[in-house]
Design a protein around this ligand. Structure first.
Ligand code: ADP
Length: 427
C-alpha cells in the first residue's frame, strides 16, 4: 500500500462505517483514498492524497472524543494535510453535550480557524437540510426513527438548536435561498456571518448541486464539517486548484481471488430484506441464534463453515426481526447478545480466511468493527463503490490480501450481497 504522496485532505470520522462511507465518496473521483482504523501508532510515511481516520468517538465522553480527534489531527498534519474534514452521521447523531460541536471547536482551536460549516445533507440517501432543519426522506429528523435511537435520540430537527448547547460560540445559517444563488453568494454570506463573530454555520442543501456550491465556496477553509456527501466534490476541486496531480493520484485496483464469505450482524429493516433476498438465491446459509451461541459456543457454525464451498459465497447471519432481537435481548441482555454475535462473526471471518476466503461482505456497523478487528486489519485502501456510501476496500489481513466491504445497517439495495460480488468481478 505505498502511496507516497503528501496528504491533501485529512478527514476524521466519528465511527467506522461513517469513515468507509466518506472514503467511498471521495474515491468516486478515482483518487486513491486510504482509511486508517484509529489513529496509527506509527508516524505517517506512505500516505495517500486523501486520508481518512476512523474513530469510535460518536458516543464517547466529550473530553475523550475531543482528545482522540486532536490526536488524529496531529497525525494528518504530520502527513502533510492543511485542510481537514470532520465527518459525522448524516442524521447528526449527538446529544446536548456533544460530540459534534465540542470536537469541531477543538479542531478549530488547533487550526486557528474562526469559522466552520455544518452540512449533514446526503441527498442520494434521502438526507436534506432546509432552513436549518434536517429531513430523513420526507420526515423531519425528530419524527424519523432516529427519535428512538438508544444512544443519541434526536428529538429536534433544527440543526442550529441542536448545535447551540454543544458550542461556546454563535451558531448561524446560510439558507437554501442563498445557496441557490451560487458560490459568490455563499461566500459573502459566510463573510457577513464571520463579521458578526458567528463561528458555526449550518448550511442548507437538498441536492448534490447545492453540495457542489458549498464545497466550492468553502474549499479553502481549514476545517469543513458534515456528512460524507459534502466532501465528495473536494478531490476534483483540489485537483483544479493544482493542489495535487489527479492523474498521479488515481488508484489502481486488483481484485483478490473469488472465495467469499458473507457475514450479517445487522438487524436493520434493510439488512433483513437483503438477507431475505440472498436466501432466495439458494446460496448456502447458516442462521446464528444468540441463545444457542450462549450455550453451545461457536463450534457448530465453524463446523458448518468448514464444509462449505467458499466459491458459493455462503452467508452466516444473526439478522432477525425486531421482535426476535428483543426476545433475545430480554434473555441475554442487550450488550451480551451483541457481543456473542459479534465474537461469532469475527471467529467465522478468521476461519474462512484461513480456509481461503479472500472476499468478505459484512453487514452492520458494530459487526464490521468486530470482524475487522478479528481479521487484524488496521488500514484499508478504498475500491469501487457498491451502493452510495458503501465501497469495496482492499487490505492486508495477517499477511494475506483480502477485499472487504462494510455496510452500515440501512445502506445498500435489497440485492446488496449479489451487487457486491458483481462489482468486484467487474474490475
Ligand atoms: P447496524 O449497522 O444495523 O446498527 P450493528 O452491527 O451496528 O448493525 O448492530 C447490530 C447489533 O445487534 C450487533 O451488536 C449485533 O451483534 C447484534 N445482534 C445481531 N443479531 C442479533 C440477534 N439476533 N439478537 C440480538 N442481537 C443481535
Amino acid at each position: 500500500m505505498a502511496h507516497k504522496m503528501a496528504t491533501v485532505l485529512g478527514c476524521i470520522a466519528d465511527d467506522f462505517t461513517g469513515a468507509t462511507d466518506l472514503a467511498g465518496l471521495l474515491a468516486r473521483s478515482g483518487v486513491a483514498v486510504s482509511l486508517r482504523i484509529g489513529v496509527p501508532d506509527i508516524p505517517p510515511t506512505d500516505t495517500a492524497a486523501f486520508e481518512v481516520i476512523a474513530l469510535k468517538s460518536r458516543t464517547a465522553p466529550v473530553a475523550e472524543a475531543v482528545a482522540e480527534t486532536k490526536a488524529a489531527l496531529a497525525w494528518l498534519r504530520a502527513a502533510g494535510a492543511q485542510r481537514f474534514f470532520w465527518k459525522y452521521c448524516s442524521t447528526f447523531d449527538s446529544t446536548s453535550e456533544g460530540n459534534i460541536g465540542p470536537v469541531a471547536e477543538g479542531l478549530m482551536d488547533e487550526l486557528g480557524a474562526k469559522q466552520t460549516v455544518y452540512c449533514p445533507a446526503f441527498p442520494e440517501n434521502g438526507r436534506s437540510v432546509f432552513m436549518g432543519n434536517l429531513f430523513v426522506g420526507q420526515q423531519p429528523l425528530a419524527e424519523s426513527p432516529m427519535k428512538d435511537h438508544p444512544l443519541t435520540p434526536m428529538n429536534d430537527s433544527n440543526l442550529m438548536r441542536l448545535l447551540d448547547p454543544q458550542t461556546s460560540q454563535d451558531v448561524g445559517l446560510v439558507n437554501r435561498l442563498v445557496v441557490e444563488q451560487g458560490v459568490a453568494a455563499v461566500k459573502s454570506e459566510l463573510a457577513a456571518l464571520a463579521n458578526k463573530n458567528c463561528a458555526h454555520v449550518v448550511v442548507d442543501a437538498v441536492a448534490n448541486s447545492d453540495l457542489n456550491t458549498i464545497a466550492t465556496a468553502c474549499q479553502d477553509m481549514p476545517l469543513m464539517t458534515g456528512g460524507s456527501a459534502l466532501a465528495m466534490p473536494l478531490p476534483q476541486l483540489y485537483a483544479e486548484q493544482g493542489l495535487f496531480d489527479l492523474k498521479a493520484a488515481l488508484s489502481k485496483h486488483v481484485a483478490p481471488g473469488s472465495p467469499t464469505l458473507i457475514l450479517s450482524g445487522s438487524c436493520s429493516e434493510m439488512t433483513n430484506k437483503q438477507v431475505d433476498a440472498y436466501l432466495k438465491t439458494g446460496a448456502p446459509s447458516f442462521q446464528l441464534d444468540p441463545l444457542a451461541l450462549a450455550t453451545d459456543g461457536v463450534e457448530p457454525v465453524l463446523e458448518w463453515l468448514s464444509k462449505q464451498d467458499l466459491e458459493c459465497a455462503p452467508l452466516i447471519y444473526a439478522t432477525a426481526t425486531p421482535e426476535s432481537v428483543k426476545a433475545t435481548q430480554d434473555r441475554l441482555g442487550v450488550k451480551e447478545a451483541g457481543e456473542i454475535v459479534e465474537n461469532a462473526l469475527a471467529a467465522c471471518a478468521i476461519a474462512a480466511r484461513n480456509a481461503g476466503a479472500r472476499r468478505f461482505i459484512v453487514a452492520g456497523g458494530e459487526s464490521s468493527g468486530a470482524v475487522t478487528k478479528g481479521l487484524n486489519v488496521d488500514a484499508l485502501d478504498i475500491g469501487p463503490e457498491i451502493a452510495p456510501g458503501v465501497p469495496w476496500t482492499f487490505c492486508i489481513s495477517s499477511g494475506t490480501r483480502i477485499a472487504l466491504t462494510l455496510k452500515s445497517g440501512n445502506f445498500g439495495a435489497e440485492t446488496f450481497f449479489t451487487d457486491a460480488t458483481a462489482v468486484l468481478d467487474a474490475i
